[in-house]
Ligand binder design. Structure first.
Ligand SMILES: [Zn+2]
Length: 171
């Protein structure tokens, strides 16, 4: 089976498993469509702000990425049953920019990202794609490391704040 058919077969399988039916683009077409909407296509994307039924994946071999983005589409569709929060997109350039920055900042702790990576790792394992499963698992690990670093830097700031406060109070 060639890569494209392999990709299409997994897309179908995921549509059925997740009870969703988004339009799925891959390769150059995906890059073109994403550029048209919003900018750059990393490995894959689900841009619910622009289109709740659009999934784009750069490489047909990235079944893990496909599963990850499909899970985002599932999260959005069934957000009320599963308590997934999707903030209403801000209008206006500055507000929108701030919202993006906030999302980037929270990315590593984001419940949606963790859930999508876990789902993708399990899906790939269940269909015997062990390398892809590992790649998705590594995303979870790096998310955890990022969260850990962020938390420890907050703790350090807090400690520093206390030290300065003490110093000021004792002078
Ligand atoms: Zn994601």
């Amino acid at each position: 089976m060639n890569d494209e058919l392999f990709f299409e077969a997994h897309a179908e399988n995921l549509r059925r498993q997740l009870r969703i039916d988004p339009e799925i683009f891959w390769g150059n077409e995906a890059i073109y469509i994403v550029k048209d909407i919003n900018g750059n296509l990393a490995k894959g994307i689900y841009i619910w702000e622009n289109d709740i039924d659009l999934v784009a994946v750069r490489e047909v071999k990235s079944i893990g990425t496909l599963a990850h983005e499909m899970r985002h589409a599932w999260q959005y569709k069934y957000r009320n049953e599963n308590n997934f929060e999707f903030e209403i997109p801000q209008t206006g350039f500055i507000k929108r920019l701030l919202q993006r920055i906030k999302y980037k900042h929270n990315y590593s702790f984001d419940k949606r990202e963790l859930d999508a990576n876990k789902f993708a790792a399990n899906y790939c394992k269940s269909v015997g794609l062990f390398n892809e499963s590992k790649r998705m698992k590594n995303n979870i690990v790096s998310n955890n490391i990022a969260s850990g670093l962020m938390i420890s830097s907050y703790v350090m700031l807090l400690v520093l704040g206390c030290v300065i406060y003490n110093f000021v109070m004792t002078v």
